[in-house]
Write a protein that binds this ligand. Structure first.
Ligand SMILES: [Ca+2]
Ligand SMILES: [Ca+2]
Length: 192
């Protein structure tokens, strides 16, 4: 469910709503808002209410400049899955939702779902060999050729696909992630 969008400054009522809908405290939300607004203002100048209504997002390239995210190979993919219209542009509520899902306070199950969405590139409900190839390609900074990608994808699926359909369902991924005790802490992004 999308979070309500707010105008600057964050109004008390909306802040309260964000607090209820994310895993963040009020102070954390305000700190994240500052980060978002800084990126926005770098490009558009000081935010006015009118501007915020007209151009209410930051672009994936802006998100990539955040020091905590610069080295994350999946940063553009994160932008894509958390942007409702799929452009990768993030309104503040979408940016907040992204960070909330990846925060330390987010439950393991939420993170497992985010991981699944991250790797299911064509959004068909399964992680296929093509999806694995795309993920590995991102992870390795496009260093592997097509043949190597095929081999890696085939090995990965061979190990984790439990019912032999060469596709990874959410349940199958979840079962693997459950065996990684630190997953919740490893799959983590924090700006606060
Ligand atoms: Ca897929
Ligand atoms: Ca399967």
């Amino acid at each position: 469910m999308p979070l309500p969008f707010v105008k600057k400054p964050l109004k008390k009522a909306v802040l309260k709503e964000y607090e209820e809908m994310t895993f963040f405290t009020k102070n954390e939300i305000l700190r994240i808002y500052k980060r978002w607004a800084k990126l926005y203002e770098k490009k558009h100048g000081k935010i006015t209410d009118e501007q915020l209504e007209a151009v209410d997002y930051i672009e994936p390239a802006d998100v990539q400049t955040i020091p905590e995210l610069t080295l994350n190979p999946f940063v553009l993919r994160f932008c894509e899955i958390f942007s409702e219209n799929g452009t990768g542009n993030l309104r503040f509520d979408e940016f907040l939702n992204f960070l909330s899902s990846m925060s330390e306070a987010a439950p393991r199950e939420v993170k497992a779902q985010t991981a699944f969405r991250l790797y299911d590139f064509d959004n068909d409900g399964y992680i296929s060999a093509e999806d694995v190839k795309k993920a590995v390609n991102m992870l390795t900074d496009s260093q592997l050729n097509e043949d190597d990608l095929e081999i890696v994808a085939s090995r990965v699926l061979g190990e984790v696909d439990l019912d032999g359909d060469r596709l990874l369902s959410f349940e199958e991924l979840n079962r693997i992630l459950e065996q990684i005790p630190d997953f919740k802490y490893l799959f983590n992004i924090s700006l606060v």
